[in-house]
Design a protein around this ligand. Structure first.
Ligand code: SAM
Length: 247
């Protein structure tokens, strides 16, 4: 009576597995939109628009997951057949990478893109490989952030830029009670309703609170060797962009 994979013919099995991942990806998108009222799209667009990435650059998008940042970066680096202009998407989770690769493939984005599993704490590249390393909503999840920042510094070329987009500390007093209510009351309920998973979204709110604030992350980047580090708050510090250079 129960529906076991054993009973499913090979071709259908592949399709079933595919549907599972499709639904995961769809939920991931919907959740991002619901949780941020769609604003995460604007944050990401602004992040890439102000990245300073230019034609011909080699960019590593760390924790690149479902490819949102890579899709925005690609038209800026303008890949050529001689190999200049490329974006490497690195993520520790193979499922996220597969979903991202399929999603961008559907949009015709293939050329100049590489998808590769890696741990931000131990990057599989030689020193001074990239003009820019981006990391959007990823650093928060890394266990030893100082290792990831040191690795980002190591793989940057001289003059290269590290760009981190991450939740940060809200700066506007009037927003704080609203933000707390949204994080601890609304978010877990949306999580339960849409993803059937309230506890993960409670964890998400807590991980955001535990993440180093603007000044702390700036100091961590400096300790990792990055120079001229500056911070730009978006939406009153709900998220911030940290930028630093290898000199
Ligand atoms: N950058 C994408 C975006 O902005 O939508 C994805 C962000 S998602 C919230 C966080 C990603 O970080 C996940 O895909 C996860 O697999 C990845 N991640 C977590 N720890 C990592 C690590 N140590 N190294 C590389 N990626 C990691």
């Amino acid at each position: 009576t129960h529906f076991g994979y054993r009973d499913v013919p090979e071709a259908d099995k592949a399709r079933l597995v595919g549907e599972v991942f499709t639904s995961v990806a769809r939920k991931y998108d919907i959740m991002n939109d619901l949780m941020s009222f769609g604003v995460h799209r604007l944050w990401k667009r602004y992040f890439v628009a102000t990245s300073g990435v230019r034609e011909g650059d080699a960019v590593l998008d760390l924790a690149g997951g479902t490819g949102d940042i890579a899709a925005l970066l690609l038209p800026k680096v303008r890949p050529t057949s001689t190999g200049t202009g490329r974006v490497v998407v690195g993520d520790i989770n193979g499922d996220m990478l597969r979903v991202g690769r399929d999603r961008l493939l559907d949009r015709g984005l293939v050329h100049g893109l590489d998808w590769s599993r890696m741990d931000a704490e131990a990057l599989p590249f030689p020193d001074r490989s990239f003009d820019c390393v981006t990391m959007a909503f990823g650093l928060r999840n890394v266990t030893r952030k100082e290792n990831a920042l040191a690795e980002i510094h190591r793989v940057l070329k001289i003059g290269g830029r590290a760009l981190v987009l991450e939740f940060s500390a809200v700066r506007a007093e009037f927003l704080k009670p609203l933000y707390d209510f949204h994080s601890f009351q609304v978010l877990p309920r949306i999580g339960a309703l849409i993803a059937g998973d309230a506890s993960s979204y409670r964890y998400l709110a807590e991980s955001i609170r535990k993440h180093p604030d603007q000044d702390t992350l700036k100091a961590m980047m400096e300790t990792a060797g990055l120079a001229r580090v500056d911070v730009r708050n978006l939406s009153a510090g709900i998220v911030a962009i940290h930028r630093g250079y290898r000199v």
